[in-house]
Design a protein around this ligand. Structure first.
Ligand code: FAD
Length: 437
């Protein structure tokens, strides 16, 4: 058997089903122009992925294999290979509409052997008695957990594969693909990260929402690009004290991918409600330039623009503010996050935005609006996080940073007044959503 091993969201050699198949192999990675052509030339994710693809190439070399790195549209790349020399292509992946369409196109050219690696469950594994998908996370979780516990989640062992030698050579660089090299935070060694997080795990549930306490795993980028196997993360944490709360979040990741698989129209359309926000470019620009006058929102946007990350609690506050206080279309916010998040994942991002807008599948009602001031008071009492990303507020006492009246009245040098009054905006949003419900 001779196979093309198509690495995509599994940039690792450990516990990777692609490397557990025997026979002759031709490992490839494609920098996909269908995706890259839409990105800015200074997109830092491209530099990051390039880095991890080269690391994968090095690691494959240690196994006697080599990774051929291509740049182009997958269909064209496959057409340029001598496909009659191969029996099949093997790959895992995710379930957004582009991924499905791309794989379908390739399956018309060569036998496509799909393997499940990215998530804990296969998309049709956790279903209701009548065979339909769950719509509520808790029900999905309650059905899924016994399935996980009841099976052995073994490690995929590397077999000694034989490298198929093609005469293809390439000297791909970021510059040759038209991208500028960007600085990004190289992830700490995954095993060290895991060991560090084990110490935080017992307090994960109570601390995970506090913005300046190191409490979460910071594994989302590694999970997104398959730098670590999700099965390994599950195995390492499931039986530890505090593990349950953490595994629950990991299963949220699965649930969102599952929903997108079963309800592909959610990628762009509401599940419930006709209301779709109001397109207001001026408001949007103030949001994107972190000048809404809402400290927690502006700090979150700054964090995103500076680091490519944003704390989960802040993502929730920001998305609620965007869709409710500003009444902007959730699709705009989703796109903004998609442009900047290093851990960007279509399913988690889209479904979370729909959750915040109250238009999603889950029972989040449209009338639940986060109060940004109460949120920052509760989760960033001393404004440590806010001041880190908004040094312009350094001299302001934390208690005023959470105080709407103060912010509406005071003249803070180089910082704008709140662009809306929260209570008024929240009421307008609730009426608006109610009419569209
Ligand atoms: C509006 C919005 C947009 C989001 N967009 C993304 C995105 O594009 N990519 C992404 O990976 N996560 C997204 N999330 C979920 C969450 O914010 C991140 O996964 C989390 O902040 C990553 O930090 P961590 O690895 O330290 O998480 P931990 O708390 O340590 O959680 C462990 C892992 O579980 C998964 N996870 C945790 N929380 C969630 C959640 N609420 N939904 C889905 N999976 C979760 C992640 O893979 C995470 O790495 C979004 C949340 C919101 C509210």
């Amino acid at each position: 058997m001779r196979r093309i091993l198509w690495f995509r969201l599994d940039l690792r050699v450990e516990d990777n089903p692609l490397l557990s198949l025997e026979g002759e192999v031709f490992p490839i990675f494609i920098f996909d122009r269908n995706i890259l052509d839409k990105l800015e030339k200074n997109d830092r994710r491209v530099s990051m992925i390039f880095h991890y693809v080269l690391k994968l190439k090095e690691k494959l070399k240690e196994l006697g294999l080599d990774l051929k790195i291509f740049y182009g549209k997958p269909q064209e790349i496959f057409n340029s290979l001598n496909l009659s020399e191969f029996d099949e292509v093997v790959a895992s992946g995710d379930y957004d509409s582009y991924a499905k369409e791309r794989d379908l196109e390739i399956s018309l050219l060569i036998h496509f052997h799909y393997i499940y690696d990215t998530y804990l469950f296969k998309p049709k594994e956790v279903l209701k008695g009548d065979g339909s998908p769950y719509l509520v996370f808790t029900a999905f979780y309650n059905k899924g957990i016994p399935l996980l516990k009841g099976r052995e989640i073994s490690v995929y062992k590397n077999t000694s594969q034989i490298l198929y030698n093609s005469d293809y050579t390439n000297e791909l660089t970021l510059e040759s693909m038209g991208f500028e090299t960007q600085i990004f935070e190289i992830l700490q060694d995954i095993n060290e990260k895991i060991e560090q997080f084990k110490k935080l795990l017992p307090e994960y549930k109570i601390n995970r929402d506090f913005l300046s306490i190191p409490a979460t795993s910071d594994l989302s980028v590694a999970l997104r690009f398959g730098l670590v196997s999700v099965r390994e993360i599950y195995r390492k944490f499931v039986d530890l004290e505090g593990g349950e709360a953490f595994i629950r979040q990991l299963i949220f990741r699965d649930f969102y991918a599952y929903l997108l698989f079963h309800f592909p129209h959610l990628q762009t359309h509401n599940y419930k409600g006709k209301f779709n926000g109001i397109e207001d470019k001026e408001k949007f620009e103030r949001f994107c330039s972190a000048s809404t006058g809402f400290p927690i929102v502006d700090a979150g946007v700054r964090e995103l623009l500076q680091t490519g990350k944003m704390h989960n609690r802040v993502r929730m506050v920001v998305a609620s503010f965007f869709t409710k206080d500003l009444l902007l279309p959730w699709q705009w916010g989703e796109k903004f996050f998609a442009q900047h998040l290093l851990d960007y994942d279509a399913a988690s991002n889209i479904l979370s935005w729909q959750w915040s807008a109250g238009t999603g599948i889950d029972p989040q009602p449209y009338f639940r609006v986060f109060n940004p001031y109460l949120q920052s008071k509760k989760f960033d009492k001393e404004a440590v996080y806010i001041k880190k990303y908004l040094p312009v507020l350094e001299q302001i006492d934390a208690k005023y940073i959470h105080n709407e009246e103060y912010l509406l009245e005071a003249k803070i040098p180089n910082y704008p007044k709140p662009m809306v009054e929260h209570k008024v905006a929240a009421k307008i949003a609730i009426d608006y959503f109610k009419n569209g419900a």
